[in-house]
Design a binder for this molecule. Structure first.
Ligand code: ZN
Length: 451
């Protein structure tokens, strides 16, 4: 007899109540957590896994001799959910319970959405099984060790409405593990009947390490922009529709010229540009370079903060501003703007050396007009900032860093700051005080002309 075969399918009736009705009271919603990989805690196998709804044990089941079967007798715990299909069973008897009262539990493991639900999200607070409040879509993510850089990118993607909607509607059927796990986290983050106010990223980490090895690990912090670039590339391969390109892709012209030194009038040295080449480049985000950190004459006065405006940084893409490289000059000209503009403000040069970080403050508006960058702009070129990832260092311990994300609710226009599992309201006036690293800007939809 296989582990999975039911031993009995009839349920007994005691005092007018069925066993299942008696047992449903033993479910402890406040301990349930379906965010871990379904692996049996006894046999370490990952097939045919059930979760005990009384104590959250993950166990292989459910036939006679299986760990779940033994647990039901030894611990007197009787209600189990099968991970792969969210069917709920009474053990050791082995029959299925299909009560509507269990819908919140099934939905917590595998939230599904209809098209109608996508337009019904609000900022209304909900209460989880522990009594904590949360707002669907603004749920904190629980990192593992130093994976906070992954959490902020998941929060960022969750603000990209067309991508979010695609994942909410379709990701349950994805067979590619990374896209499935990204979709599952987004589906859990928007679940208004969630039993938990936070979502853990454990399962996503396994899918990432399977594809990326130790490039994006848990021991050392990685640059969230590197992770975003990698993730978008992977998602673009995995998603059938070209959603990643549809929302993030823009186009620019890169002109490169070689620079030659020559002797000009009155024996003065001059630099001539020769062999100018230009090529068209598709981008998924734009990198902005901060001006070099100023060297202060007064002995390293850290209280003097260098400042620059976002508009100044964006001039890199106006087609006129020159980027000087050894023996080379580059100009970038924006020719097509995306629906969602991601700006990567580069604070470190080589790899991720945080000690040499450029902490220049970037002053940015809430609304940005890119029409002057585009020669033949069609449609609106007005962008509104919807998310801002900021860098945070620990003053006591320089090696400990973290990232927070500030997001604007489309329902109330209020700003929230999400730092791992902590979510709080913030005033928009204070956004630029933190060291911004990655910004997400949404293009304004053109108002329909009233014909
Ligand atoms: Zn149990």
């Amino acid at each position: 007899m296989s582990d999975d075969e039911p031993v009995a399918k009839r349920q007994r009736v005691n005092d007018g109540l069925t066993d299942s009705e008696l047992y449903l009271d033993t479910i402890n919603r406040s301990v349930l957590n379906f965010d871990f990989e379904p692996v049996c805690s006894i046999t370490l196998t990952n097939q045919n896994i059930y979760v005990c709804l009384t104590c959250n044990a993950y166990l292989k089941g459910r036939g006679q001799g299986s760990p779940a079967f033994a647990h039901s007798i030894n611990e007197n715990h009787h209600v189990y959910m099968k991970f792969s299909n969210q069917q709920i069973y009474i053990l050791p008897d082995g029959y299925i319970v299909s009560s509507r009262l269990l819908e919140d539990i099934r939905r917590c493991a595998n939230p599904l959405y209809t098209k109608e639900q996508l337009s019904q999200f609000t900022d209304e607070k909900r209460i989880d099984a522990l009594g904590n409040s949360f707002i669907p879509g603004l749920m904190g993510l629980y990192p593992v060790a130093r994976t906070n850089y992954i959490c902020v990118i998941m929060q960022l993607l969750s603000r990209v409405v067309p991508l979010r909607n695609l994942l909410l509607l379709e990701s349950e059927s994805y067979t590619e593990p990374l896209a499935y796990e990204v979709g599952l986290i987004i589906r859990k983050m928007w679940n208004s009947s969630s039993l938990k106010s936070t979502v853990s990223i454990h399962r996503l980490l396994s899918a990432i390490s399977h594809l990326a090895g130790d490039r994006f690990g848990t021991v050392n912090y990685s640059d969230p922009a590197d992770f975003l670039a990698w993730l978008l590339h992977q998602l673009n391969k995995a998603l059938s529709s070209s959603m990643v390109h549809k929302v993030f892709q823009g186009k620019l012209i890169l002109s490169e010229s070689l620079v030659q030194a020559a002797i000009g009038e009155r024996d003065k040295l001059k630099f001539d540009e020769v062999s100018v080449t230009s090529k068209s480049i598709n981008f998924l985000f734009l990198t902005l370079d901060l001006p070099p950190k100023p060297v202060f004459t007064e002995a390293n006065d850290n209280s003097i903060m260098a400042q620059v405006t976002l508009e100044t940084l964006l001039k890199k893409y106006d087609g006129n501003t020159i980027q000087e490289l050894p023996k080379q000059r580059r100009r970038y000209k924006l020719v097509s703007s995306p629906l969602y503009l991601v700006l990567n403000i580069k604070r470190t040069q080589q790899s991720h050396h945080l000690k040499d970080r450029n902490n220049t403050t970037v002053i940015f508006p809430q609304k940005l007009d890119l029409s002057s960058y585009l020669d033949e702009a069609t449609g609106s070129q007005i962008y509104h900032i919807v998310a801002n990832i900021v860098f945070e260092s620990d003053e006591q311990n320089e090696s400990e860093i973290s990232y927070k994300i500030q997001v604007k609710s489309p329902h109330t226009n209020m700003w929230y700051e999400i730092w791992d599992t902590h979510v709080k309201v913030i005033e928009p006036e204070y956004l630029f005080l933190s060291e911004t690293c990655i910004q997400l800007w949404e293009k304004e939809k053109r108002a329909k002309s009233s014909a």
